[in-house]
Design a protein around this ligand. Sequence first.
Ligand code: PGA
Length: 226
Amino acid sequence: MDGREMKNIWVIANWKSNKNIKEALEWLDVVGPKIPRKENLKVVVCPPFTDIEEVKKNVLVSNYPIMVGAQDLSPFESGPYTGEESARILAELVDLAVLGHSERRQNFGETDETVAKKTLEAQKQQIIPLVCVQDEKTPLPEGIKIVAYEPFFAIGSGHPDTPQNANEVALKLKERNDSLEILYGGSITSKNSSVFLKQDNLNGLLVGQASLDPEEFIKIIQTTPS
Ligand code: PGA
């Protein structure tokens, strides 16, 4: 087996502001039993905050090979920050946090500086920061290990970047830090996922809309290399 076959493949479901607890558990009942147990396949579901506890409990009880992630976390430690979920609070429940998603940058004024603070908070609590970048020039917070390349035009548009360009951007990011794992996100479906997964410099996918449908998400998982 060569090194390429053994690289980590991440498939991350970003539900955004979708699914209540009941819907989340229905999804898990369908998806959970169908995720293959492979050491290099890392499947993560990032539900809304209010679903996280129930999803986590169900994953543990059913022993599904799924990690639970948050879609964001606070740039501050616990304390007087109304409405914020600190990394310390989330650390009981999540393994990973998506940080700096472009929807947060566009709609909630998130800056590279805020993303760097959130990254630090995640690292202090052993939560893996998955930092979203819009191109190869986006500043990378110190110590990060996983990045998602998510060009603005591709998110929720039905128009993904080309796999070749995503691979090129991933290469440029790796030139900045060769230990990074790079995911691609933006209009991924089960029809285009396999071509992205075949790119040398990509380590998986961040999936929004298509992750909401459990059958479609399973199909995407099935396109990961065996
Ligand atoms: P999309 O979203 O798959 O719906 O384009 C991807 C993302 O924003 O993570």
